[in-house]
Design a protein around this ligand. Structure first.
Ligand SMILES: O=P(O)(O)OC[C@@]1(O)O[C@H](CO)[C@@H](O)[C@@H]1O
Ligand SMILES: [Mg+2]
Ligand SMILES: [Mg+2]
Length: 259
């Protein structure tokens, strides 16, 4: 309770895009401790980018950090927070490993390229369901309250729901939604508007658990594009793509607007 009272809530891109001192402190803690071991590595951190650091991938090993994914949950409920980080190498980008920690459930999700995905050391496998009408799909509404954008999100939501699917869910964090796909708890997750740090670690966890990643228009997934479909298999992913009303938010690696 005292911690909740102490929590200073600030806003970023909009009045519903929240950040706390805890986000900033956790990010600094992760970056500092990695830097001590790997002084030449680079970082893309959510709160560092918010403070003006660049969001670009180079050929250097780069750690992509979201200190708390689900800050809104954290602010409201105190405990529904996730800390995660991942490292990528090369411009493609080639993810080397990903880590998502769900402190609510005390679950550590990990994946290393080519070595599978795990939860607390137990191997993960996506759902074997091929019938979208027997599936649960996860999504989120993001922090953009522009009515035109909200209309597009609602149109996609309506279309997917009316396929019909068994249900739709949202954990309030992209990272955990993706881990739910990797664990076989939901068949797919899609969203437009989240950022590279929301997805980087969990994208490897999904693919190492046997899942597929796709752009919302069906092409190759691009983690800087702020659009993703993550599914248990290609059949389910392609069916969802048919129902999504696509739009393209400014890319994470777009040059900053001139003042
Ligand atoms: O700012 P945060 O808490 O790191 O993350 C933002 C986020 O929780 O909001 C989105 C909702 O659209 C999620 O998909 C995404 O993971
Ligand atoms: Mg996040
Ligand atoms: Mg965050």
């Amino acid at each position: 309770e005292a911690l909740l009272d102490d929590r200073k809530v600030m806003t970023k891109s909009s009045s519903v895009d929240l950040v706390t001192q805890t986000d900033q402190k956790v990010e600094q803690l992760i970056i500092q401790s990695v830097k001590e071991k790997f002084p030449t590595h680079r970082f893309i951190g959510e709160e560092s980018v918010a403070a003006g650091e660049p969001c670009i991938l180079t050929d250097d090993p780069t750690w992509i950090v979201d200190p708390i994914d689900g800050t809104t949950n954290f602010v409201h409920a105190g405990c529904r927070a996730v800390t995660w980080y991942s490292a990528v190498r090369s411009l493609l980008p080639q993810m080397e490993f990903g880590v998502v920690f769900s402190c609510l459930e005390d679950k550590m999700f990990t994946a290393r390229r080519g070595s599978g995905a795990f939860c607390n050391g137990e191997p993960l496998q996506v759902s074997g369901q091929k019938d979208i009408q027997r599936s649960i799909i996860a999504t989120e509404f993001g922090s953009n309250r522009d009515p035109e954008v909200v209309d597009k999100m609602f149109s996609s939501l309506r279309n997917v729901l009316c396929i019909p699917v068994h249900g739709m869910r949202g954990a309030g964090t992209a990272a955990i939604n993706m881990c739910l796909v990797a664990s076989g708890c939901v068949e797919a997750y899609y969203e437009i508007g989240m950022h590279v740090w929301d997805l980087a670690a969990s994208s490897l966890i999904v693919s190492e658990a046997g899942g597929v990643l796709m752009d919302v228009e069906g092409g190759a997934a691009d983690l800087m594009s702020r659009r993703i479909v993550a599914a248990n298999n290609r059949t389910i992913a392609e069916r969802i793509v048919k129902e999504i009303h696509p739009f393209a938010p400014p890319r994470d690696d777009a040059p900053p607007l001139q003042q």
